[in-house]
Design a protein around this ligand. Sequence first.
Ligand SMILES: [Zn+2]
Length: 339
Amino acid sequence: MAPGIPFPLRDPQPKDTTAQLPQPSLSVKVICPDCRKIPPNIVEEFASGDLVCGDCGLVLGDRIIDTRSEWRTFANDDGDDPSRVGAAANPLLGDNQLDTVISRRDGGSGTAKDLNKVHGRATAVKGERNLLQAYKEISAMCDSISLSKLVSDTAKQLYKRVEDEKLLRGKTSDAIIAACIFIACRQEKVGRTFREICALTRVPKKEIGKCYKALQNKLQTDTAVMNSEDLMSRFCSNLNLPAYVQKAGVDLVKRAKDLGTLAGKSPISVAAACIYFISFLFRYPKNTKDIAHIAGVSEVTIKSAYRQLFGERTKLIDLDSLKGKPNTEGLTFDDLPLP
Ligand SMILES: [Zn+2]
């Protein structure tokens, strides 16, 4: 720096015209309460974790965090200074995340590189890499069909268990991932059908089914039976049906269950048939083709379940009780198509 040019002050003190007014303190200063020197001479004693006044030796604070590097760096090359260590510990990975790795850097002799390679081979970091890859796939798939983090974390935990305990020998990791996502959905009571998981993971339905059955026996998990009510809201919103129609649909499913009208039918076909019924009743008619496409069941299935609903229509829906409720004026069974 050229002589005569003043060193720029970090905190210049301008001529203060508002000194009289009380000003909120915007910067917190640590000052020794004993000697009150300005600027304070405060020393961080990292070895003991204390904050000490450099003049009188008073301990001002304990448990300070050492923010310095864990090591000294001499290198200007080889990428950035690893002044901090790695990401936060991931409970889904093994417990060997605090392992030591031999650095590849040395004076250029190449020995360190060889040592690093040998050491890497000896300590099996490969398994962890596969796990990470699987976790990444699970996250991406769950995101793409808007499954919550809870579901994807459950799927990851299941996957880890399957890998750790070698529960599914000889299955591809794709099939295991698909089965894990499916079970996670069931456990968290998120209605997703086999067909949807097939479309998502591109694993054949049969293969997912095999893995699912094998896991269900071995894990002893309580996989709740998917119920039609859970599927209802998604199917209805995919068909652009208004919320009150959806609500009436859920009521219909419950009533049909109580009466045993559709006993023995799969939850998906029950939901599909009820949507068909309620959509015509509420004058938002949806044809079987559209419903079949959304629900992933055949039109024949919907029609045969509908036939049973139609037969018991007077027991299932009490038109008189709907009177006076919004959006229900003049509903009649005449709007329903004949099965
Ligand atoms: Zn002091």
